[in-house]
Design a protein around this ligand. Structure first.
Ligand SMILES: *Cc1c(COP(=O)(O)O)cnc(C)c1O
Length: 342
């Protein structure tokens, strides 16, 4: 990034905002008499959650080797995508850039905010064409969403520093599937690039999508902006407690990932010689993008047999995105696909 100050990228009205932090969270002040927040005095979950999510951040900081002030926590990384767009993109004026195909939510939140969504078309192997990327750098684009491994294609994007160096705005590296990839996280680049935001989530490898918790890692400056614009109580008490407990069981994460990787390999083996499949794209994630010879027929049969998958056709012609499931689910899928012939 040639720009030295993040502040020049931030919307002016956002720079003027004061964060809402309650007195008790500001001062970590918990009194025997708590009459400040109009809560109920009765029950187990009667108090508001910690709006600063202090315990959670301290624990994550140790695990990820960053400072707690470099972490923002959201109601899923979805909320963080929304907040990042709100912070940097002036409605009706600024644009975001996203890979195509990639995760639809970047475009969804940009559209709500009336920001332009520019699409960087990937090549036939779903790689970025660097010359194409550079043509977008010339436009007034505020944020580049770089999803690696990419959803729905499954491949990782190489040479992330190239995009950080050659973009004059914020680069959001979405690492929702990084644990399945064996690739190095971009967290190690935070010190070097003030325009980097790394997104991670508890929804995929950690296996707790229902808790709705995601993280943004970035410079203290960017994190303080996210903390300023977020709803104060965006992560509820039950989820904060569940995550604290889950973080104590890091071996369980490794076990989870290992099990999925074993299943992924098994599934790929089974799918290799199936007649209705035209191509299985290589994956670094917990899903496969698969091109079918006759996608209408295959998708229809899956629905008939109550097997739910994610149809990507016509955006990605002939393709269906299929999750690695339990062995039982995977077997049902394989048996159905094996029986489709014509
Ligand atoms: C699943 C997914 C997420 C996770 O979103 P949460 O709101 O944390 O559940 C983020 N980015 C991508 C690309 C995803 O596929």
């Amino acid at each position: 990034m040639k720009n030295n100050s993040i502040n020049t990228l931030v919307r002016k009205n956002i720079l003027k905002l004061q964060p809402y932090i309650s007195f008790r969270d500001q001062h970590e002040f918990h009194a025997p008499v708590m009459l400040d927040a109009n809560e109920s005095p009765f029950g187990e979950f009667n108090r508001y959650p910690d709006s600063t999510q202090k315990k959670l951040k301290n624990k994550l900081a140790g695990l990820k080797d960053v400072s707690p002030s470099q972490i923002a926590i959201g109601n899923g990384s979805d909320e963080l995508i929304d907040l990042i767009i709100k912070i940097f993109c002036e409605p009706k004026k600024d644009s975001i850039l996203m890979m195509n195909p990639s995760f639809a939510m970047y475009g969804f939140y940009a559209a709500i905010n009336e920001n332009n969504v520019l699409k960087l078309n990937l090549d036939e192997n779903f790689e970025i064409v660097k010359e194409d990327f550079l043509t977008f750098v010339k436009e007034p684009v505020k944020i580049f969403f770089l999803c690696s491994p990419n959803n729905p294609t499954g491949n990782s994007i190489d040479d992330i520093e190239f995009y950080l160096q050659n973009f004059n705005g914020i680069v959001v590296v979405d690492e929702a599937y990084i644990e399945f990839s064996g690739k190095k996280s971009s967290l190690g680049l935070l010190e070097k690039y003030p325009n980097l935001i790394v997104l991670q989530t508890f929804s995929k490898a950690w296996g707790i999508a229902g808790a709705r918790v995601g993280m943004a890692y970035a410079s203290e400056e960017i994190i303080s902006l996210i903390n300023t614009v977020k709803a104060p109580y965006n992560v509820n008490i039950l989820s904060q407690e569940l995550i604290l407990k889950t973080l104590d069981e890091e071996t369980k994460l490794q076990q989870n990932v290992q099990n999925i990787l074993i299943e992924r390999e098994w599934l790929e083996d089974q799918l290799r010689d199936i007649e209705c499949i035209a191509k299985i794209f290589p994956t670094d994630a917990n899903f496969f993008l698969i091109k079918m010879k006759n996608v209408d027929q295959v998708y229809g049969k899956m629905l008939d047999h109550e097997i739910l998958t994610s149809r990507r056709d016509p955006a990605i012609p002939g393709c269906i995105r299929i999750n690695v499931g339990s062995r039982q689910e995977n077997e049902k899928l394989v048996n159905l696909l094996k029986n489709i012939t014509d």
